[in-house]
Design a protein around this ligand. Structure first.
Ligand SMILES: O=C(O)c1ccccc1NCC(=O)[C@H](O)[C@H](O)COP(=O)(O)O
Length: 212
């Protein structure tokens, strides 16, 4: 089984290089000022994106962002795919896809099984990918909390999807076994302290995924 790994919340050249070298299929750059992973500078975003080979998808993460903010970030050339992690409606997803020409991944916050049903019903027809993430936490994402993985056991999801929330090098294999996830996303689980990515943990996470 090939499982794709996305390392989210990268903000330094060294950790971007580590994710690419380890074999991550996607890397994520956060635009959300309250996040400890927020990449504020457009110049830094451009420089980080320029380090990534075309074989790796560069994901720009936004939370209920205005068009002007998204456009400024896209203008750096550092983003191949949008990840929407707020309360964006299906209509907003469709409008952004049409306007930017970029594929869109929509995050679905999961606490109970009905959240998965509702997320699929609302977004599977419009988003290119879905991400099932934990609903708990002080931020809209990146909270190091997991949801009950049995909620996804045996599910058929009609579009490519990611499992996220509280994943670590130690639990990712079990999480994939329980959910059947074709792709996984991590942020806190590859950090040595909040917002500070660890090259060793990035290697360990992608290494664990690559053994599946
Ligand atoms: O990572 C953030 O700081 C963040 C802030 C605001 C919205 C979303 C955010 N992250 C989204 C992600 O894709 C995370 O990787 C995902 O929620 C999993 O996070 P973690 O549980 O920390 O691995």
């Amino acid at each position: 089984m090939t499982v794709e790994a996305k390392i989210c919340g990268l903000s330094t050249p060294e950790t971007v290089d580590a994710a690419v070298a380890a074999g991550a299929g996607l890397v994520g750059f956060v635009t959300f000022p309250r996040s400890p992973r927020h990449v504020e500078s457009l110049d830094l975003l451009k420089a980080l994106g320029a380090r990534v080979p075309s074989s790796v998808i560069r994901v720009g993460l936004f939370v209920d962002a205005a068009d002007a903010l998204i456009d400024a970030r896209l203008g750096t050339g550092a983003i191949d795919m949008l990840q929407l992690h707020g309360a964006e409606t299906p209509e907003r997803v469709a409008a952004l896809k049409a306007r930017t020409g970029k594929p869109v991944m929509k995050a679905i916050k999961v606490a109970v099984p009905a959240d998965v049903d509702r997320g699929i019903a609302a977004y599977a027809g419009v988003a290119d990918r879905l991400m099932f993430d934990a609903a708990d936490g002080t931020l809209p994402g990146g909270n190091a909390t997991a949801f009950d993985w049995t909620i996804l056991s045996g599910r058929t999801v009609p579009v490519p999807w990611f499992l996220a929330g509280g994943l670590t090098p130690a639990n990712v294999a079990e999480a994939v076994r329980m959910t059947g996830a074709p792709a996984v996303d991590v942020s806190s689980g590859v950090e040595s302290s909040r917002g500070v990515k660890s090259i060793e943990l990035i290697r360990a996470f992608v290494g664990a995924v690559n053994t599946l």
